[in-house]
Design a binder for this molecule. Sequence first.
Ligand code: ADP
Length: 275
Amino acid sequence: EEQQKKSDQKTLELERAKAALEERSKQLILSAKYKSEFLANMSHELRTPLNSLLILTQMLTVNAEGNLTPKQLEYLNAIHNSGNDLLLLINDILDLSKMESGKLSVNPEPVYLANLTTGLANQFMLVAERTGLSFTVDVDEDVPSSIYTDPMRLLQILKNLLSNAFKFTEKGGVEFRVKKAANPEWLAFAVSDSGVGIPADKQEIVFEAFHQVDGTTNRKYGGTGLGLSISRELSKLLGGYIDLESKEGQGSTFTLYLPVNLSLMPGQAADVAAA
Ligand code: ADP
């Protein structure tokens, strides 16, 4: 009888512990949900006043001719630029919170690689001219002419990688290459630069939100530290991943690996479409 009592007691304790754990995980899921919703609402509410601030400073600048001193004009430009930075940050946070709550949709369609790369080449050729860096674009001959994926998301990732490559490079230049991956069902988009590089012990954390190699507040390069974490999440939504090879002081190569056909990826496109 004593034995039975002891074992009943144990069962009771175990059940209580299990219930407490279940309660705790429910709370965690709820608080994560509240956090995402809060961020999404907040970002949305912040954008409206910020947009009017941007439009008004723009109007002031246009009408400034002859009415403002050079110093005043300089301040006005600084306000406008800060407003723009803030808008980019808010958009990034909105994207990230949507991804966290699974609300970011993916719309796959046939994407012609020639169109995609020409658009990117034109856009970043201007950056290359402005910064005095070289820029080459290469699409291997044996890649398919079109792939099935979400063009907007793919562009968002590649623009992010290319902007970073130019931002963190002072001499030499940037190369963009589209090539077949080892697996014929996959493609690789490689963005290489001859820039500052990323030390080995930082190569994982740069993909985390708000993490930058230079964490100081008066750092040399602007930015939010969100681009790579957004890109990594987006690459997962497209069924792929991003790989990084880098040597401090020599340069970096970020490679986006993507399946050629998102709809054939188990648990990817179908789930996303259903969500
Ligand atoms: P941001 O560029 O806004 O700081 P990212 O998430 O895009 O944010 O990048 C995070 C950090 O990773 C950067 O601050 C930088 O330290 C490092 N990084 C990203 N791309 C490169 C690159 N091509 N070369 C060197 N460092 C890079």
